[in-house]
Each structure stands twice: as structure tokens, then as C-alpha cells.
Design a protein around this ligand. Structure first.
Ligand code: F6P
Length: 360
């Protein structure tokens, strides 16, 4: 048997740990060959396909700990709507499918978020690709799984940022605003906000009121605390409902800037000095947390076992302390948002953080 593995979409910590787990399970457990595809579906489109032999990674000490992805994940575009040099778009899906067959693969493990998973699922259906998916994304917004690879590391980084902002906030008597990633979901902001003791946690799933928010900060000051910590997810909108973005590259909107807008508004309304930190891609890089390594390892082993059982079109998922697999169709259903009635929100509110209200 010869299986392929690719990483697709934005990188995150733990991708190399999955690759290692796939290689170890396939080589040591089944005696198979593992081929790594470079740059996701873009690598399969090339003639010959861009691929590397991964069997010799079986004894790698570094992969478990290494951030990023050794396979690369340059997002050149959706193969069904591929941007061409002349500005037009072409359907290059058949080239991707051809690449899989040219490599003589018996199955493919795709490590991706919901966008990548939807594309791979479509390609697999059209082209007879035996596909198994592994969920990864710092946003943790994939349906059916409690954890996606990369999320815990991102939360650790954001929590560490709050830990570092708190003393400087106290020294200077400021409101510190931390803007974090997450796309349309507020999981990073919510988890890090609770873990890092934020006084205000703003997520896209909840509406907020600037007057209430400012009053909350003033109450904090009145209570004798000389500083406040605010964490805001990148996709939170201005209070008039307009989005703050850095642009749109034709494939997706790039969020960013809400932290600065909020700092101006809060500063003006409270008379309190504000500063902003936009955490950005440091949430995606670096050494994976132990939990991400554990999840990556469990998913990698399970994905190879699924191939051995010839169970395809399945995605590994973490549910109630176990690795299970679910139909790919049930995963590519759009982002899994924060449950505004759930434990995390009630915990944050119970701790006294301002979160606003579920939308009416
Ligand atoms: O989906 C992961 C993510 O890191 C989002 O949280 C963020 O909005 C986006 O990717 C950033 O993408 P890029 O790497 O293209 O700037």
C-alpha cells in the first residue's frame, strides 16, 4: 500500500506531529509507503506531482516538536476556481485528481479545515480518491470535533499574552486590548479570556453595547482596580454592525483592526488610556502544546487505521475523551460557532467578565 498525506489551508502547531504519527503507524504498523504531497492540492496539480518520500521520517525526533508543516501549505487557490495569471479563473480539479493517480496512491490523508475538507471531499467523489480527513485549525470551528489540531497551542499563546499584558497594564493603569484570531468563531478569545482573566471578552457570536462595555470598565476602576484586560476576536464587528477588515483577496476576507477601533471608542468613553496588541500569526507558529501533540498523534494513528479498514470519506474527531470518525459530509457544514448558552460563556460571565448578549 502507498498512501499520501497533505496539509491544506492555514498552518498551525501540530501539523508535523500528525505527519509523524501517520508515518509511524503506516510504516511500523502496516509496512506501507508514505508520500508527502507538497503545498496541498497545488502539489498534486503539477506534472510530475510535487511529492516526497516520508518513510525515512519514521525515526525523526524533530517532527513532533516542530511548528509549521514540512510539506508546505501555500494557498494558491481552490482548484475548482483557480486564479490564473491573466486574472481569469479555471477549473483545474481534473489535474489534481490525475496527480493522485499518477503517484499511484491507494489513499490520501488530508489535514485541513472545513474549506479544505469541502474541496477534498468534492475531488474525492469526482475522482475516485480514497480520502480520510484530519481536522486542524486554530479557530477550532470544525463541526463534530471538540478539538482541532492547533487550537490549544493558539489558546496557550493568547493566554500567555494576557499574562504578559496584565503587569504592564497594572503598572501604567491602562486598558489593554488583545485582538486574537478565530475567523467567524470566538473560541480562542473565549478560552484564552477565561484562562487569562480578561475583564471583557468579545466574540462574534455575541452582540455588545458600547455604553454597557464602557460602564463595565468604569465600574472596575471604581472598585479599586487600576487596569482592565480586554480580549476581542478578530471578526467582532463595530457596534453599528459593520465589519473591520484588512481586505479581500478574492478567496476570503482578511479580518483585522477591531482592536484599534475598540481602543479609540473605549478610551474616548472612559477617559482611560488604552493600548492594543494584535497577536496575529504568532498564534499559529511555534512548538505545539502537549495536548495538540496528543490529539495530532491520536488522529494520525486513527486515520491510518481507517485506511486499513477501507473506511473512506471519514474525518477523525475528538468526542468525549475519545477519537472517533464521522462522515465528511457532517463536517463540511460551515463553522461551528461558540454556544452562547454553553459552559464557557456562563463561566466567563460567572467570573464577572463582560460578554454582551446573544443576538436577538
Ligand atoms: O483560519 C485560520 C486563520 O488563522 C484565521 O484565524 C485567520 O483569520 C486567518 O487564518 C489568517 O489567514 P492568513 O494566513 O491568510 O493571513
Amino acid at each position: 500500500m502507498r498512501i499520501g498525506v497533505l496539509t491544506s489551508g492555514g498552518d498551525c502547531a501540530g501539523l508535523n506531529a500528525v505527519i509523524l504519527a501517520v508515518v509511524r503507524r503506516a510504516v511500523l504498523g502496516y509496512g506501507w509507503d508514505v508520500v508527502g504531497i507538497r503545498q496541498g492540492t497545488h502539489g498534486l496539480m503539477q506534472d510530475p506531482p510535487h511529492a516526497i518520500d516520508l518513510n525515512d521520517q519514521v525515526n525523526s525526533d524533530g517532527l513532533l516538536r516542530l511548528g509549521g508543516t514540512i510539506l508546505g501549505t501555500v494557498n494558491k487557490g481552490d482548484p475548482f476556481h483557480y486564479p490564473m495569471p491573466d486574472g481569469s479563473f479555471a477549473d483545474r480539479s481534473s489535474e489534481v485528481i490525475e496527480g493522485y493517480h499518477k503517484l499511484g496512491l491507494d489513499a490520501l490523508i488530508g489535514i485541513g479545515g472545513d474549506g479544505s475538507m469541502a474541496i477534498l471531499h468534492r475531488l474525492a467523489k469526482m475522482g475516485g480518491i480514497n480520502l480520510v480527513g484530519i481536522p486542524k485549525t486554530v479557530d477550532n470551528d470544525l463541526a463534530q470535533t471538540e478539538y482541532s489540531i492547533g487550537f490549544t497551542t493558539a489558546v496557550n499563546v493568547a493566554t500567555d499574552a494576557l499574562d504578559r499584558l496584565q503587569p504592564t497594564a497594572a503598572s501604567h493603569e491602562r486598558i489593554m486590548i488583545l485582538e486574537v484570531m478565530g475567523r467567524d468563531a470566538g473560541h480562542i478569545a473565549l478560552f484564552a479570556g477565561v484562562a487569562g482573566g480578561a475583564d471583557v471578552i468579545l466574540i462574534p457570536e455575541m452582540d455588545y453595547d458600547l455604553d454597557e462595555l464602557s460602564q463595565h470598565c468604569l465600574n472596575i476602576r471604581k472598585s479599586g482596580r487600576n487596569h482592565a484586560l480586554v480580549i476581542v476576536a478578530e471578526a467582532v464587528k463595530r457596534d453599528d454592525g459593520s465589519a473591520v477588515t484588512l481586505g479581500d483577496d478574492g478567496q476570503k476576507v482578511r479580518y483585522g483592526g477591531i482592536g484599534h477601533w475598540l481602543a479609540d471608542e473605549l478610551g474616548a468613553r472612559t477617559g482611560w488610556e488604552t493600548r492594543v496588541t494584535v497577536l496575529g500569526h504568532v498564534q499559529r507558529g511555534g512548538t505545539p502544546s502537549p495536548r495538540d501533540r496528543v490529539i495530532a498523534s491520536a488522529f494520525g494513528v486513527h486515520a491510518v487505521d481507517l485506511i486499513a479498514e477501507r473506511k473512506f470519506d471519514r474525518v477523525c474527531a475528538w468526542q468525549q475523551r475519545k477519537v472517533v470518525d464521522v462522515a465528511m459530509e457532517d463536517v463540511i457544514v460551515g463553522p461551528r460557532l461558540v454556544d452562547t448558552q454553553g459552559t464557557m460563556v456562563s463561566t466567563a460571565k460567572g467570573l464577572g467578565a463582560y460578554m454582551g448578549h446573544p443576538p436577538k
